[in-house]
Design a protein around this ligand. Structure first.
Ligand code: VGL
Ligand code: ZN
Length: 277
């Protein structure tokens, strides 16, 4: 714009013309909303309780029956802000990820006997409890692989793996399935936990020229955290929607927020996301 020889400095009119005709189109953001794992098992099913022990948690709901009252927790509070954003903010691209495990998946505690543990693992398979981390001996050749053990969840083609019925599904949405390999877990919607295999997400975003990735869903400090980390690494401007997430541990949620802001990402409230089109 400013000629170093100073024989031609553009004036305001010229700049306005350049902005309208060229620059604005080059810098126009192309936005994607990535809605992570808003599936029945994480909202009210087998992993809902785990997702919200305290703080930034799901709501406790008391239900009454002939046996008395039982308290359950659910994370459905993520749904209204997400639906509102889908209605009000015209994202160029909307992505729904689904944790989509086969029956014999490595992350299920009841499958722990199916694979050999590594010699460095301190627990035997009989001793393991849910949420323990074990070390498997991949291929039985001494290659260690850490794995956290979860309750059975999001089994392909079951109720627990379906998107919650109250969640709006945008037209032309992209669905990304992860955790489909029996021997590999995948928290991030971009990469598996060993960063060996990528999902279809990055190529779908690249095809559409996406520059800005907005992330929301569950669990804040597990799959949402891993996805935002990789979105930043892949070079997207990354914006996390704080009230559109529910998570496990208040401390890990704080660490997630700090990691994002320390790496040029943004953590915002859904009401701050405006006028994208
Ligand atoms: C998730 C645990 C296991 C998640 C997925 O979506 O956060 N957590 N698999
Ligand atoms: Zn899973």
């Amino acid at each position: 714009i400013f000629d170093t020889n100073k024989d031609h400095v553009i004036d305001k009119e010229e700049f306005r013309y350049c902005w309208q005709k060229w620059i604005k189109q080059v810098v126009r953001p192309v936005t994607a909303l990535v809605i992570v794992d808003v599936q029945n098992d994480f909202i009210s099913g087998s992993l809902a309780l785990y997702n919200c022990p305290a703080g930034h948690h799901g709501e406790e709901v008391e239900s009454f029956s002939s046996e008395g009252s039982t308290k359950t927790v659910n994370n459905s509070q993520v749904i209204p802000p997400i639906n509102r954003m889908l209605d009000e903010n015209r994202f160029d691209v909307v992505v729904y990820s689904l944790d989509w495990h086969p029956d014999n998946h490595v992350s299920f505690i009841d499958n722990v006997h199916m694979r050999p543990l590594h010699s460095s693992c301190k627990l035997t398979s009989e001793e393991t409890q849910v949420y323990d981390t074990v070390i498997f001996d991949v291929n039985n050749d001494g290659t260690p692989m850490e794995q956290k053990l979860w309750p059975r969840h999001c089994v392909q083609n079951t109720w627990g793996a379906e998107l919650h019925e109250d969640l709006k599904v945008a037209e032309d949405a992209i669905l990304v399935y992860k955790g489909t390999d029996p021997d590999t877990d995948s928290y991030s919607v971009f990469w598996d936990n060993n960063k060996k295999f990528h999902t279809t997400l990055n190529e779908e975003l690249q095809k559409r020229g996406v520059t800005d990735v907005f992330v929301c869903g569950v669990a804040y400090d597990v799959c949402v955290a891993a996805t935002t980390k990789h979105a930043i690494e892949e070079g997207y401007r990354t914006i996390l929607i704080d009230d559109g997430c529910r998570g496990v541990s208040e401390e890990d949620i704080m660490i997630t927020r700090e990691h994002i802001t320390a790496n040029q990402g943004l953590v915002v409230h859904s009401s701050q996301v405006k006028n994208l089109a």
